[in-house]
Design a protein around this ligand. Structure first.
Ligand code: NAI
Length: 272
């Protein structure tokens, strides 16, 4: 499907955001748009896409119906975006993702496949499809949204954590690979963030993740904190960026005493 809306980037810097219709993607779009960037919103949520573009003003971006699992759709939508930006893609934000909790044996084959296909293969598809555009844009960058679950893996989120570990590993490998073509790589590792994702995921069958976290008094950080971290990562240095005080504490402790961190997480999730 071709890009809707007629706005053109007209020399502005550009960012293409998957999962742009909600949560972290939308907050990041607003952050970059405030600084004068042109935003390509990509998502499967058609209504959400229209609302997202409206939120930053139709002159400041374009919408793209894109399921990140489909390689041909990636090619078509990036080509449509490039027409609006004269071939410029400064940042590809691979952000679309979802979480399904529960013990592995209790997850359906569809839930397992969906998490792997969107959270991991979607990122691989994006990096492959965008490669030529990124190479053609001086100073371009790929930003992959993983999770602190890509650093320490909580029980009852095994598949989700596996995909996020994989995205962290992929980011490390790509940072080295892309150095030869001058494309940067950033990997964002947020703690729990206040987005609709928390209402769709659950550790157990009884309550959604947001309620479980509240019962356990687990901190949840505002979405703007991730948007700010992404903005800073693009304008700063370093591959991995932990977001939220708790993520930074766990990341630090995990380097010193990984078994302690694992046991603590295990106890915490078991009480949920
Ligand atoms: P969200 O549920 O608010 O937004 C996710 C967006 O991705 C939605 O607009 C959805 O329609 C879109 N999406 C889902 N499947 C798609 C597909 N196949 N193709 C294209 N778009 C698709 O969730 P949130 O929290 O903003 O999540 C964004 C990223 O941040 C995800 O990768 C998630 O794993 C990660 N993350 C979220 C955390 C949180 O606590 N909310 C913590 C750490 C990482």
């Amino acid at each position: 499907m071709a890009a809707s809306g007629r706005a053109r980037a007209d020399g502005r810097r550009t960012i293409f955001i998957t999962g742009g219709a909600s949560g972290i993607g939308l907050a990041t779009a607003k952050r970059f748009s405030r600084e004068g960037w042109f935003v390509g919103f990509a998502d499967i949520d058609a209504k959400g896409l229209m609302a997202a573009l409206e939120a930053i003003g139709a002159a400041n971006g374009s919408t793209h119906r894109l399921d990140v699992r489909h390689r041909s759709a990636w090619r078509a939508e990036l080509a449509a975006f490039a027409k609006l930006t004269d071939g410029r893609l400064d940042v590809l934000l691979n952000n679309a993702g979802l979480a399904r909790g529960g013990y592995l044996e209790a997850q359906s084959a569809e839930e397992v496949d969906l998490q792997i296909d969107v959270n991991l293969k979607g990122v691989l598809n994006g990096c492959q499809a965008a490669f030529d555009l990124l190479c053609a844009t001086p100073g371009a960058m790929v930003v992959n949204v993983a999770s602190v679950a890509g650093v320490v893996a909580p029980p009852r989120m095994a598949v989700y954590a596996a995909t996020k570990f994989a995205v962290r590993g992929l980011s490390e490998a790509l940072e080295a690979e892309y150095a030869r073509v001058g494309v940067g790589v950033r990997c964002i590792l947020p703690w729990f963030i206040d987005t609709p994702l928390l209402d769709k995921a659950r550790f157990s069958g009884n309550e959604d993740l947001r309620v479980s976290l509240r019962h356990q008094k687990v901190p949840v950080y505002p979405v703007e904190e991730v948007a700010e971290a992404i903005w800073r990562s693009v304008h700063g240095k370093g591959l991995h960026h932990l977001v939220g005080g708790q993520a930074r504490r766990i990341g630090f402790l995990n380097r010193l005493a990984p078994a302690l961190v694992r046991n603590r997480l295990r106890r915490q999730v078991e009480e949920m």
